[in-house]
Design a protein around this ligand. Structure first.
Ligand code: MRU
Length: 371
């Protein structure tokens, strides 16, 4: 997507600069736009763990590039390159447990590189695979946009010409959470670009405020009308007929359609069901966890430090650097569960790169036979 007229991906490799990997440091947005260099697998692990990059697809693509950096670091040292890559994969996988794209990218690298012989060939295979993962992610999100556009178009036709389609989204499943386009936002961008009036309610998404900071920033850069609301406003908006459609992303979805996503998603899904608002989840196939059937029992929910809840960052004024302030009394204990699971029965449908399906094993299998 474009930032001030220049096209960016969230993570990319620069062949003109010794194949350095670059990322947008998302911790600084929306106050500063900073590009950071990753030169080692350790850099990639820190970037994922400390959330310089975040969001399922972006984490997966960064892990893919991290595995390339691990292969390159190992080559020529006399060590066993595959053993080094396996260790690097474990380090990367331990950074964040919930988004399955991370493990998926690591396993893919190990499979592809393991089929090759010779250090140079293996390093080149790791580079090509990292690039393929990133390109696929961008293309799959673009297709999610095309399929989701049909849904928005139908609602727009029902509402009449000038009434905007009102979409509520949670967290940031935008282009920043992927390599490009986003999952939940891809249909929104596609509709906006097709001239369909859309307005987005953006949940601020405590504690890290990915909605208020990142979704609002990227929608603004693209010119999509939007309004940030506190996380608890969604129920009221739905009861008063101000939401036509909910679209969220997901960090891991089971083969039966249970959806792990940013904490608070489940409550929105309950409110959507109570109010007859369609609740869609957008995901590329790299976010399906084909090995798991029961999201509540089998998905590990990341718990992060309590200071993310107790301390909040923001800019004190126009253009001023970000500062942090404490919200709670010193010493107060805060719990910080990163994600929750929305059972498949509350999900109206899944928007994937292959089309839209029911959130059920049969529905998913119809689009992904043999998985
Ligand atoms: O903790 P984060 O910011 O990495 O959480 C991921 C998310 O942004 C959301 O849960 C998102 O809706 C799914 S990731 C595409």
């Amino acid at each position: 997507m474009k930032v001030d007229g220049k096209h960016y991906r969230t993570v990319w490799i620069d062949p003109k600069d010794g194949d350095v990997v670059r990322i947008i440091d998302q911790r600084k947005l929306p106050f500063e736009f900073v590009v950071e260099e990753l030169r080692s697998v350790e850099d990639a692990a820190v970037a994922i763990r400390e959330m310089h990059v975040r969001g399922a697809g972006c984490i997966g693509a960064t892990a893919g590039f991290g595995m390339f950096l691990a292969a390159r670091e190992s080559a020529g040292t006399g060590g066993d390159l595959m053993a080094r890559m396996r260790d690097a994969g474990e380090i990367l996988k331990a950074t964040r447990p919930t988004a399955v794209n991370l493990a998926w990218a690591v396993e893919r690298q190990l499979r592809v590189v393991g089929e090759e012989e010779g250090e140079d060939v293996r390093v080149q295979a790791a580079r090509a695979t990292a690039q393929e993962i990133a390109d696929e992610d961008a293309e799959w999100c673009r297709r999610i946009g095309e399929h989701g556009l049909d849904l928005i178009r139908e609602i727009a036709a029902r509402k009449g010409e000038n009434a905007p389609v009102q979409v509520l989204t949670h967290c940031n499943a935008g282009w920043l959470a992927f390599v490009d386009h986003g999952s939940a936002t891809a249909p929104i961008y596609a509709a906006h670009d097709a001239g369909i009036p859309v307005h987005v309610w953006v949940d601020e998404t405590r504690p890290r405020n990915q909605g208020a900071r990142l979704t609002a920033w990227e929608l603004g850069k693209h010119g999509v009308p939007h309004t940030v609301v506190v996380d608890n406003a969604g129920g009221h908006l739905m009861q008063t007929g101000q939401v036509d459609l909910m679209i969220t992303g997901t960090d891991r979805t089971t083969r039966t359609g249970d959806v792990a996503n940013k904490i608070g998603t489940y409550l929105k899904a309950l409110a959507a069901r109570d109010n007859g608002v369609p609740f869609y989840v957008a995901l590329p196939s790299s976010t399906f966890d084909w090995k798991r059937r029961d999201g509540l029992r089998e998905i590990t929910i990341e718990e992060r430090g309590g200071e993310e809840v107790s301390v909040i960052g923001g800019s004190p004024g126009r253009g001023e650097a970000e500062v942090e302030v404490r919200l709670t009394p010193e010493g107060t204990v805060a719990a910080n569960y990163g994600f929750d699971v929305t059972p498949a029965r509350l999900v109206t449908g899944l928007i994937t790169e292959r089309g839209i399906c029911e959130a059920s094993e049969a529905g998913i299998q119809a689009l992904y036979p043999g998985f």
